[in-house]
Write a protein that binds this ligand. Sequence first.
Ligand code: GLN
Length: 478
Amino acid sequence: MNIDNMSAIEIAEKVRAGKLLAVDVTEHYLKRCQRLNNRLNAIISLSEQAMIEAEKIDNGKKENLALAGVPVLLKDMFCTQNLKTTAASKILKEFVPPYSSTVTEKLQSAGAIVLGKCNQDEFAMGSSNETSFFGPAKNPWNLEYVTGGSSGGSAAAVAARLAPLSIGTDTGGSIRQPASFCGVFGIKPTYGRISRYGIIAFASSFDQAGPLSLRVKDSSLCLEVLCGKDEKDSTSISQPVPRFSNAQFKNNLKVGRIKSFFNNQVNKSILNKANEAMDLLKSNGAQIVDIDIDHLEVAVDTYYLIAMSEASSNLSRYDGVRYGYRADFSRNQPKNLEDFYSRTRSEGFGEEVKRRIALGTYSLSSGYYEAYYLQAAKVRRLIRNSFLRAFENVDVLVSPVTTDTAFRIGEKTENPLEMYYNDSFTTCVNLAGLPAASVPIGFDNKGLPMGLQLIANDFQEEVILSTAQKNRGPLQVL
Ligand code: GLN
């Protein structure tokens, strides 16, 4: 039995049936992580509890465990009790949470084994994993290239089969963009589907968790486990959770092609493969129409303005008083409380995080709030309205995920704006709160993977999942 080639679904079935031991699967993947991670830097910490958890699964009642014995890697944004959770920041580099996120708990209650925590951009701010305090994760398809971000470690880990399943977060594209750069499937569900409780907050009105996997079906199963109302997160939504893994491809599917995203800025190979993917859908009975969504040209600006504003507020809690990094005051006592905070925060946060806190504080400050934050909030609503109008006529929207494939490590670090414009096709979806995924569609002439973005109406993840399965990328074993 070759464990590397097994889907999460197969592993769970075999473990439930007693044909495979969770300890064997866990040991296999732990070893693989240890062996490959020094080259990939996709993992920040491995769990010392994993084998104990696996033993418990083997010795317990497992008939009803959807993810019995399935090894899972979590982005380091998810609090894990007794296991370091760093957000890839110096300010939390030794932080061991006293409790677990709802996502962590749900996975474990379903029998999944948390193997460890993945590398990412610091506080999920970035598009290349290069803002991580622990250094960039490497793209498994070419180690000189970025994984994308911010869930870069989660995407690279799944691509390199360090686990069949990983969990990321997506605030402006952070599941979809790295999924496309690493050639795996990744889906951000509708805002509110999955509880944010115990996920380190970046921009709370956008942050959503979601799975990444080689196979669409594994993500479907994972969503069944993760979705649902949680009393601990008031923005989580009580909406029935469908059997995502049973989703059937829709007859006469109406597909809208977001016209302005198929432009000459986009890498030709991506356009070609995206068109091939649409032909495939057509040959399966889908109808393709061109769609205009209004105000997309200001989506990135609107997103960054709101995200930075929320981040400046969310990150004010890191002051070095109760937990996290504190500046070394042994030789040079703080002059006053402000000096204590400012030295701790200057040393504890990286450049990109500080830039965002400064800009976000500015846009929320009195006198500027109306001109910046409030204006952005209005544009956000207009963009959502335009998407909702489109969904009166189509079931699913498609676009490239990015204008280009992965870039070289270091290539864009000097130019934050260029980095932000990486998110041209993904941030609009978070502004609208809609579910969206990246589906692998092939490789460019450098051998780097490419993704197609599928976007659906609120709570229509099933349409995305069933459509993605028709789209067999070369890596997909569906
Ligand atoms: N790249 C975007 C940013 O830097 C999105 C990040 C995310 O989705 N967490 O904000």
